[in-house]
Ligand binder design. Structure first.
Ligand code: HEM
Length: 442
């Protein structure tokens, strides 16, 4: 199984995986259950979330970079971190983030403007750049320019490329297959990133300790303000570094993956793309988009939501049964891994009409209401639901609207992106598309 799926865990799925309610895999040292049935998903992710803490599978590969960050912790440690980080994601913060997103998108358009008209381009590169820039500016209030910021970006790319090679053997419990060279390279990239982030955080951390006032309203400032409600203690420097590293990764890897797939989907659905262009042109005319415009760009938003259904960046979420329990006529032993996969559930044959069809209109259609309620969870569910969901929807709407306003995106004949499960769902051979500038009159 490991060898057939070593390129990607998606290759380990069968057609029946998309029809089953619950499946199981047993390997030496590994009992893994895959849960598709909505009531069981809710049990694991929400109503009995405490009995199913996060599994170590992801944490193991990410620890050198993220340390004890909120993404991998459980129990009391997670509860404390979540309550200290909540204010940074409060609704009001979206107002602060919007101008930051606008500035980064303007820079994206400048980078694209130097490409020759009709150029073939791997859009994954630009989507990774712009989303990394947005989260960087949101955390630190400075654009991702300059030698150090660029190095952080490149070391992250290196770390992301190696992580799946550590992750898969850990999922299949064959860690001895990991190349020591990969472990070394991953640790080296993680330590370079942490050193560079430390240099950015240190002066602000020390200034706060020295009681110097700050004018900034970025995420780092909010983390520096955060206090544990029981002890009144703030984050230590190490804890702060873990959370910032996690936020940088979670805040751009996921959005970049989904935006790239959005571009691919609309490149292959020119009717939808033209309707998006008309929606943006009609609503904005010649002016720059404002935050209040975002909610009127309904089709643009629905295209992104449909992309998150077909290509959910977080393809699976792994939990561990803290005690033995019965589930769907099976006996789950203590310590078993329980996996909930948005990839499977959101393409499930019994839960969706036309599950593999790209149809952004299903979000304004009553017939899909039940599927959306039962089987749509790209941002997770329950107490550990994504903290950046509103942020991601806002930035994606702005980026997609800006792209279709300026460009006609079309598919490249003969190039078929191959989805693979890495840290997020990416394409093994890139996502190469053609960008044609739209005439001003359109
Ligand atoms: C399209 C973009 C995104 C998707 C699909 C996504 C998806 C997810 C999912 C599925 C989880 C839950 C994982 C689990 O339960 O195991 C999660 C957690 C999280 N996400 Fe996102 N995410 C996105 C963007 C973002 C952004 C932009 C940020 C930050 C600005 C962010 C911050 C977080 C954090 C902090 C957590 C951990 C929450 C916790 O464990 O309490 N995410 N995300």
């Amino acid at each position: 199984m490991f060898f057939s799926a070593r390129r990607s865990w998606l290759d380990a799925l069968y057609e029946r995986s998309y029809r089953m309610q619950m499946g199981e895999v047993h390997l030496p040292g590994l009992d893994l259950y895959m849960v598709n049935k909505p009531s069981l998903v809710r049990q694991v992710m929400d109503t009995q979330a405490e009995a199913f803490p996060k599994s170590n599978l992801l944490g193991e590969a990410l620890k050198p970079l993220l340390g004890e960050s909120i993404f991998t912790t459980s129990g009391e440690q997670w509860r404390k971190q979540r309550s200290m980080m909540d204010p940074a994601f409060a609704q009001a913060r979206l107002n602060v983030a919007f101008p930051v997103m606008q500035a980064a998108v303007a820079d994206m358009l400048k980078r694209l403007a130097v490409l020759p008209d009709g150029a073939e381009y791997d859009l994954e590169v630009e989507m990774t750049h712009v989303t990394a820039d947005i989260i960087f500016r949101t955390i630190f209030s400075v654009p991702m320019e300059g030698a150090d910021a660029k190095r952080i970006f490149h070391e992250f790319a290196r770390f992301q490329a190696i992580a799946p090679r550590l992750l898969l053997p850990s999922i299949y419990n064959v860690r001895w297959l990991v190349w020591p060279w990969d472990v070394w390279r991953s640790r080296r990239a993680a330590s370079a990133i942490r050193n560079l982030l430390s240099q950015l955080i240190r002066p602000r951390f020390d200034a706060r300790l020295a009681g110097k006032p700050s004018e900034t309203t970025d995420i780092l400032e909010s983390f520096l303000d955060a206090k544990d409600e029981n002890t009144g203690q703030g984050f230590s420097f190490e804890e702060l570094l873990d959370q910032v590293a996690m936020l940088f990764l979670a805040g751009h890897e996921t959005s970049a993956s989904a935006l790239t797939w959005s571009a691919y989907l609309i490149a292959n659905a020119s009717d939808v793309q033209e309707r998006m262009h008309s929606e943006v042109a009609m609503h904005l005319g010649g002016r720059e988009p404002e935050m209040s415009d975002m909610r009127y760009l309904e089709l643009v938003r629905n295209v992104f939501r449909e992309t998150l259904r077909l290509f959910p960046p977080v393809g699976f979420m792994a939990r561990q049964a803290s005690s033995a329990c019965p589930m769907h006529k099976k006996k789950i032993a203590q310590g078993s891994t329980v996996v909930v996969s948005p990839w499977l559930i959101q393409r499930h044959r019994d839960l969706w009409a036309d599950p593999d069809v790209f149809n952004p209109d299903r979000y304004s259609d009553d017939a899909s209401r039940e599927s959306l309620k039962q089987a749509y969870l790209p941002f997770g569910m329950g107490p550990r639901v994504c903290m950046g969901a509103a942020f991601a929807l806002q930035e994606a709407t702005l980026i997609l609207a800006s792209l279709v306003r300026e460009y006609r995106i079309s598919a490249l004949p003969g190039h078929e992106p191959q989805p693979v499960g890495r840290l997020t769902i990416r394409s093994a051979n890139g996502v190469k598309l053609k960008l044609n500038r739209r005439k001003m009159s359109s």
